[in-house]
Write a protein of this length. Structure first.
Length: 754
């Protein structure tokens, strides 16, 4: 939200009071309390008829400092994100002129007097700060806002703020963190995270779950501004020094991404949304994938597995699924997992509506009546997930479906939550708007985990806010069948990964419209080299043989087979990347800035990414196959052909539909399983460690292989005297190889190349 009219003036109707000086500082319990006067205090009379902002600084964890700004404190405590803060106390000092709070290597300094100056330093080096006219109390038409501004340095770039589909770098943008159902081609977003990080090695979480408005080098081009309509504003400053360190500290506080099951990394196939289907159609698709040797791990039933107007009643439509339990058993016999679509709304026609409304399980209006709307489902109400009884009731229906054979759920929607309603908790509906999806996805994820066990739970969620990464997987929502939308989809995924989310997927081919054959095949290559892979659309089926009937190597079937089988072989590598996401918050799909933060050429790159730590992917966003991408310094090797490519430069290439730039970084190790059919096999049986040994120096790294069945095994891989050596405990039937070429089998737990 913008408050100023240029540098000198405020907008019409805005009364701005900025903190002008530090009047006093108090220390205690390792914390600082700063009294910020909004006008200079030269004598006692200047303390009259003017607001003060009280700024409280406390250490949350090493390298994390909380800043709480209060105007009037007399209201009730408002909802904030649930943070997992350790029992930690900082070191606070004040000598009468300078107040300092230390949290490990991070330091916050506040100088007494004028002008207002709060500086954050890491190892004594300034990172950013809040200066003159940064900390403000804004009043307009009886409404009170607080805003803070943190400076941007020369060349500093900002990332994150959730799944935003515009440019990856947020400088120059206005971003409102507010849940909306706006598709992928607008300024709105399904996943709104009031957290950003910068290439200067720090991040900021605005600990406000309601509407937070960001002006990122837009209103004040030298600063990031964030504002809320409230009497208080809280943010956490998180130091790195590297971007991945920031994500590690941020997800330690807001919640780590859960580890997802091995089978979830395989191919997901959907019925699509408004298509006609029954068991015959489903069986035809599943059998058709097997006949064409295209791997398939999960079959997804979208909305119309239930009767129209009845969403959700959690009941199979008997007209097209007369024997759902038998059907699910038959699918399981084909070694396919089952996902079904749900949402948090109960249509008036649903047999559950009267029960839920009468029991108080749905959001209510101020007069006590159930809130209802005709948007989406006629007369629908919204489940109140702040009501423990409503949660238990909702989960009970999911347990019933899982007992029938359902493995996981696509948790659609969660964004269309009004603010003129009453929640069971009595919380502020404005602040609960964004939190609604958190409570919804937690309820679903936790019941799957309860039934299937830890590590076996997975959802396919569309909406999220800060902390939502604990309940993976998330997909990009309603895109369109165009190259432009394919590119914006990737930008959204990379932005989400910079916001603490470890796993992400998207609708291969685009949701709206019908992709032409070339676009479908280009998108298939991209989709199969994403964290999770799903064929899904709106009103047309997405099985490859209905896209084109080309039986050759460039047909849709051949392309889906090639990249589906490649992804199955990449399973041990992806499982290890998923474990890293779970342990540190580093996403499986990584923007280049996360892996190469000191290469200035990568700051704005949003058409390529690292899949895991070592594999560069550059999707092709053009029908003619031309792709332009950047390789950082070093000698890279194409995974499939073994061709060496010098880095430190831009490349322009042309690829057929069965190809794209896919390169192993210098010193990279890609673990390939032997199975081309499934991602949940024993990957140690026939494992190949593909190594790029380039670089002038010797090196050593540890590679952990997760088998998909039981504990993993650690390997030590090193380059020494021109040889590549891999060692581990004594295993049979594994080896190492160069990309696309020479291979060596292990003997007595040791394999050597060169």
């Amino acid at each position: 939200m913008k408050f100023t009219d240029g540098y000198w003036h405020t907008r019409k109707g805005v009364d701005a009071s900025y903190v002008r000086e530090v009047f006093d500082v108090e220390t205690g319990n390792g914390e600082l309390t700063v009294i910020g006067a909004t006008k200079p205090v030269n004598h006692r009379g200047d303390t009259l008829n003017a607001a003060v902002l009280t700024v409280h600084l406390s250490a949350v964890a090493p390298e994390v400092i909380r800043v709480r700004i209060d105007h009037h404190r007399g209201g009730k405590e408002l909802e904030r994100f649930a943070l997992k803060a350790p029992d930690y106390v900082g070191e606070a000092t004040y000598d009468g002129e300078r107040a300092t709070l230390r949290a490990g290597r991070l330091e916050a300094r506040v100088d007494r007097g004028q002008p207002w100056n709060l500086t954050f330093l890491f190892d004594g080096k300034p990172l950013t700060g809040s200066g003159h006219r940064s900390l403000g109390l804004m009043q307009e038409d009886g409404r009170t806002y607080l805003h803070e501004q943190l400076g941007l340095g020369v060349g500093e770039t900002v990332y994150g703020l959730g799944e935003r589909f515009g440019p990856l770098v947020k400088n120059g943008q206005t971003v409102d963190v507010w849940m909306a159902d706006g598709g992928t081609s607008s300024e709105q977003a399904y996943k709104n995270i009031p957290f950003y990080l910068t290439n200067r090695g720090y991040g900021v979480l605005v600990n406000e779950p309601g509407l937070v408005s960001f002006e990122i080098g837009s209103e004040a081009v030298e600063r990031v501004q964030f504002s809320v309509e409230s009497q208080s504003l809280e943010y956490l400053f998180i130091a790195g020094p590297e971007p991945k360190d920031v994500l590690d500290r941020y997800t330690a506080l807001s919640g780590r991404p859960a580890e997802v099951p091995a089978w979830s990394y395989g191919t997901w196939l959907s019925t699509s949304f408004t298509t006609d289907y029954g068991e015959e159609t489903v069986s035809h698709f599943v059998d058709g994938m097997a006949e064409r040797e295209i791997p398939l791990s999960v079959f997804h039933f979208d909305c119309f597995w239930m009767r129209e107007y009845s969403w959700c009643d959690f009941t199979w439509d008997p007209r097209v699924f007369p024997d759902p339990v038998g059907m699910l058993k038959r699918l399981k016999e084909k070694d396919v997992r089952v996902s079904v679509w749900i949402n948090p709304y109960i249509g008036q026609r649903s047999t559950l509506f009267d029960e839920a409304s009468g029991a108080g399980y749905l959001l209510r209006r101020a007069d006590g009546s159930t809130f209802q709307t005709d948007q989406w489902q006629a007369g629908m109400g919204l489940v109140d997930f702040t009501n423990p009884d409503a949660v238990a009731w909702y989960q009970g229906h999911l347990r019933r479906l899982m007992a029938e054979g359902v493995d996981c759920f696509k948790t659609d929607f969660g964004e269309r939550v009004p603010t003129d309603v009453v929640h069971h908790s009595g919380g502020d509906p404005e602040r609960l708007h964004n939190l609604y999806t958190q409570n919804y996805n937690r309820a679903v994820f936790e019941v799957i985990e309860e039934v299937r066990g830890r590590g076996e739970a997975v959802v396919f969620a569309r909406s999220a806010t800060a902390g939502g990464q604990q309940f993976p997987v998330h997909w990009g929502g309603d895109n369109t069948a165009t190259y432009v939308s394919m590119a914006e989809t990737l930008r959204g995924g990379l932005s989400l990964g910079s916001s603490g989310f470890g796993f992400w997927s998207h609708d291969i081919g685009g949701f709206e419209g019908k992709p032409d054959a070339t676009l479908f095949k280009r998108w298939t290559a991209f989709g199969m080299l994403s964290s999770h892979s799903r064929f899904h659309g709106n009103n047309s089926y997405r099985v490859p043989w209905l896209v084109d009937d080309d039986p050759g190597e460039y047909g849709a079937v051949a392309v889906a087979r090639k990249f589906g089988r490649l992804k199955a072989r990449l399973a041990p590598y992806l499982l290890a990347a998923g474990r890293q996401a779970h342990q540190t918050g580093t996403p499986v799909m990584r923007s280049m800035i996360l892996e190469f933060p000191h290469d200035p050429a990568v700051a704005y790159l949003d058409r390529q990414y690292l899949l895991g730590p070592d594999l560069l992917v550059a999707p092709v966003f053009s029908p003619d196959g031309e792709v332009e991408y950047y390789l950082p310094e070093g000698e890279w090797i194409r995974l499939l052909t073994g061709e060496k490519v010098a880095g430190g430069r831009w490349l322009t290439e042309r690829h057929e539909v069965d190809s794209l730039p896919l390169l192993v970084r210098p010193g990279g190790v890609i673990a390939l399983g032997a199975s081309e059919e499934r991602p949940d096999t024993d990957h140690l049986d026939g494992l190949t460690l593909v190594v790029n040994p380039t670089g002038p120096d010797d090196w050593e790294k540890r590679v952990d292989i997760l088998t998909g069945h039981g504990p993993g095994v650690g390997f030590t891989v090193r380059k020494q005297d021109g040889q590549v050596v891999a060692e581990s405990a004594v295993l049979s039937n594994w080896g190492i190889a160069l990309p696309g070429g020479e291979a060596s089998a292990a003997e007595n737990g040791r394999a050597v190349l060169g």
